[in-house]
Design a protein. Structure first.
Length: 539
């Protein structure tokens, strides 16, 4: 990648690096249509690879993997996995390489395009002869399982290194091993900024010194040893780097080295299937409550603490989920036998440390999944904002607050895309799915919402009625009486007040004493139909 994306790139050095790789016996080259300096330079790396292959005369003996569905606006990175874009990228890649690639990958899921639509286009790339095989990149296990249902996935590319363990803890490596799907480990040394940490790590440094190799070579050997399907694809910016990486292929770990590396990197054990536990007879358990922000996890956690469970929560303690798992281990070592943790825990990888800490100490883990629709989580987040600020805050106020659980709509949308429902094969002894229910507030009145620009949509009952509108212009929101107007600009929403987001309705309802469980939404536009699905009891 960096042979084409570095601002100071040198094509002669790039060709020499590729030549050194081929001379060293490397027979798989990973590239992408987006590897260039910007949108006007797409395909640069593919053309560079094609030149190197022609000059070397390697021909069909080298497998080329490329990717599509990524744009480079002003040198940045933005996914575009619309079907027509993917097919156009695949055609452009075949032209740049001078032949269809051996494997063509979806570069990354696109938050603006339904993943099934992108995956069906991936299958079409193969059907149209634009690649010899297809796959996906930068996916979690749930997305990979979805891909396997819609396309003949031959390869998966994810970030995997001693510093990037999510594909191990999240089950991607395990699933690839079970299905015999090639797993390409990009950034296998953690990226340029973290390579030096390998030399400073005492375990890697001592084992590498005893071998007479570098810490980077030992890390590549560890990856190759994880599972038979793993193929590290280290980036190299010079012939010397490429020769060092290629030599790692000849390093075979001993049992002693495996044991020391396993102690240093215990996530490696997640590359293999784990037995599904049964509930042991010993008293005690760890309860992991998961779900979207605003799904009601705190309320459920209070029920467990009322039964004597110790609560561990990152919002209260600070730090990371991994540090919270370490805190769990310390509490269990001190004698705690009943502990409840309530955080988002959206992914299998995020939950793995809790399962590992409890299982290592002989305690089962019960997962409580609060299955709240995104629309209900949005309403709860807006209630939280209005109750904290006294009104509905704008984007700047939300960003400046830096409060736990306070966020704009985009982070919540991202959480919803990342959410992986829990499964027993993660190591849970039990999984309880709790459907979200919004309890009515009898002390409050019923209400209605109608479009501001549609006078015909009038409530049939004599209840408070909000006239709601969106008039892009100034960066503001106004709520006066029974009228609310969002003036924030178009584009991806940065505010909670633009229909169909529920912020304006929540702010009005809290002011007017209206029960959120008894709001009727009028209007036939897509935005108001979406609001109706969130607020109207009849859906």
């Amino acid at each position: 990648m960096r042979l084409s994306t570095d601002p100071g790139r040198d094509e002669d050095r790039g060709l020499a690096t590729l030549q050194a790789a081929l001379d060293a016996g490397i027979r798989l080259i990973d590239t992408a249509h987006a590897y260039g300096l910007g949108d006007g330079d797409l395909g640069h790396n593919e053309r560079l690879v094609a030149r190197a292959l022609r000059a070397h005369g390697a021909g069909s003996g080298v497998r080329v993997v490329t990717k599509g569905g990524m744009r480079r606006p002003e040198g940045g990175w933005r996914t575009d996995a619309r079907p027509r874009t993917l097919l156009a990228d695949a055609e452009a890649s075949a032209e740049a390489l001078g032949r269809p690639p051996d494997v063509w990958l979806l570069h990354a899921p696109d938050p603006r395009t339904p993943l099934p639509s992108s995956l069906r286009a991936v299958a079409q790339v193969l059907e149209r002869g634009l690649a010899r095989a297809v796959g996906v990149s930068n996916v979690n296990r749930t997305q990979l399982q979805q891909a396997l249902e819609l396309a003949p996935i031959a390869a998966v590319e994810v970030a995997l290194s001693p510093f990037d363990e999510a594909p191990l803890k999240g089950g991607v490596v395990e699933l690839c091993e079970a299905r015999r799907i090639a797993l390409l480990a990009h950034s296998p040394l953690g990226g340029p900024g973290r390579v030096g940490r390998l030399a400073r790590d005492p375990v890697f440094a001592s084992l590498a010194a005893a071998r007479g190799i570098s810490g980077a070579q030992l890390a590549l050997a560890w990856l190759l040893d994880l599972a038979g399907v793993v193929c590290p694809i280290p980036g190299a910016g010079s012939p010397a780097h490429v020769r060092e990486a290629a030599a790692a292929g000849g390093v075979v770990l001993s049992d002693v080295e495996r044991a020391q590396l396993a102690a240093r990197l215990p996530a490696g054990a997640w590359a293999r299937p784990r037995p599904v536990p049964s509930v042991p007879t010993a008293e005690g358990e760890v309860v992991l409550i998961m779900g979207l922000a605003g799904s009601g996890k705190s309320r459920i956690a209070e029920g467990w603490t009322g039964r004597g469970y110790l609560r561990l929560n990152r919002d209260e303690r600070g730090g990371t989920l991994r540090e919270l798992a370490r805190a769990l281990g310390r509490e269990l070592d001190r004698g705690a036998r009943r502990v409840v943790l309530d955080n988002t825990y959206l992914t299998r990888a995020a939950r793995a440390d809790v399962v590992e800490a409890a299982s290592r100490r002989g305690l089962p883990v019960r997962c409580v999944f609060v299955d709240a629709p995104v629309a209900q989580a949005q309403i709860n987040l807006c209630i939280r904002l209005v109750d904290h600020f006294g009104t509905l805050p704008g984007p700047d106020a939300i960003r400046a607050a830096r409060l736990p659980g306070v966020m704009g709509p985009q982070p919540l949308f991202r959480h919803a895309r990342e959410l992986e429902p829990p499964a027993r094969d993660e190591g849970f002894a039990a999984i309880d799915v709790v459907p979200f229910v919004r309890e009515p507030a009898p002390e409050r009145t019923a209400g209605a919402v109608r479009p501001m620009d549609d006078a015909s949509a009038i409530a049939t009952a004599d209840v408070p009625t909000l006239a709601l509108g969106w008039r892009p212009g100034a960066d503001s929101f106004s709520l006066e009486g029974d009228a609310a107007v969002c003036s924030h600009p178009a584009g991806p929403p940065v505010c909670w007040c633009r229909p169909p987001l529920p912020g304006a309705v929540v702010a009005w309802a809290r002011r007017r004493g209206v029960d959120l469980a008894r709001i009727t939404v009028l209007g036939s536009s897509p935005a108001f139909r979406a609001l109706a699905r969130a607020f109207d009891p009849a859906g």
